[in-house]
Write a protein that binds this ligand. Structure first.
Ligand code: IPE
Ligand code: IPE
Ligand code: MG
Length: 258
């Protein structure tokens, strides 16, 4: 599915995205929300629990929020689950995260599929453990024909790595004579990113009080609204998502215009 904005002659993202209420679009007007799900470790620490308990509780929040995203009429929810920098963590924590990821796909795929969700992954997930890659590819293939919202999980994702891979793909096409170097423009780069066929990013949420992007969706966030909350990810729920969308609705998005 390609978004009309990408095919329009107007500059990318130059048009305000307005909810079309006649079509039953949600009043908040957001199509694509992304979340930096941060604070699992601190949530566990506050309770004197091991970090893995925070990650487990974080999976519960993922369940709540993916359900809520559907109910709130989002077209796409992108969740930052594991960054390309998270490999710096202790091997035992990485193993815990991978095991939770495997378990999540195995236990939740039926429900996601029944609800018409299209599962997607952004990031260089193919460099991950082959058993995880096979599980992901199976889940993507199984849900590809669905008509409901897209849930995109960012795995082994880093925006700088994503851009480097997009540049490589475009350079390869240029070397093969498929595109002229001087013709490469913003739209080509946008389409070559992992998010190439996702709707433009409207709202980027980060939990846990940190106010940084940590290498997430740097290109796509060019005109996204940013929303930071002190809430730790395992505490995030449908009400918290609705509150973020309420705040989004009140923002005046000018895209450089008036
Ligand atoms: C987010 O929680 C989950 C991942 C990065 C995988 P953290 O594990 O970063 O939790 P804090 O930031 O240490 O509290
Ligand atoms: C960002 O959180 C990555 C994910 C939520 C998956 P981090 O906890 O890794 O970010 P930093 O290290 O605080 O920037
Ligand atoms: Mg963190």
């Amino acid at each position: 599915m390609r978004h009309a904005l990408r095919e329009a002659t107007t500059p990318l993202m130059a048009t305000k995205v307005r909810p079309d209420l006649s079509q039953g679009a949600p009043a908040h007007g957001a199509r694509h929300v992304a979340i930096i799900m941060d604070g699992n470790g601190r949530w566990a620490k506050k309770r004197l629990l091991p970090r893995v308990a925070g990650h487990r509780a974080g999976v519960e929040a993922v369940r709540r929020v993916t359900r809520a995203a559907r109910e709130l009429g989002l077209e796409c929810l992108t969740l930052y689950a594991f960054s390309s920098e998270n490999w710096k963590r202790p091997a035992s924590e990485i193993a815990d995260l991978m095991s939770l990821l495997r378990h999540f796909i195995q236990s939740d795929l039926d429900e996601l599929h029944a609800n018409g969700v299209r599962l997607r992954v952004i990031g260089n997930y193919r460099a991950m453990d082959p058993s995880v890659v096979a599980l992901i590819d199976g889940a993507i293939a199984r849900t590809a024909g669905n008509k409901g919202p897209i849930v995109a999980i960012a795995l082994n994702y880093g925006a700088q790595d994503e851009m480097a891979r997009a540049v490589q793909a475009l350079a390869r096409r240029a070397v093969a004579g498929e595109i002229a170097l001087d013709d490469i423009g913003v739209g080509d780069i946008d389409a070559a990113l992992d998010t190439g066929d996702l709707p433009p990013l409207d709202l980027l949420i980060r939990t846990s009080g940190e106010q940084r992007l940590s290498n997430f969706l740097l290109w796509q966030a060019a005109y996204a609204e940013l929303y930071f909350t002190d809430m730790l990810w395992p505490d995030f729920d449908e009400r918290a998502l609705a509150a973020a969308l309420d705040a989004f609705r009140l923002r005046d998005r000018r895209f450089g215009g008036l």
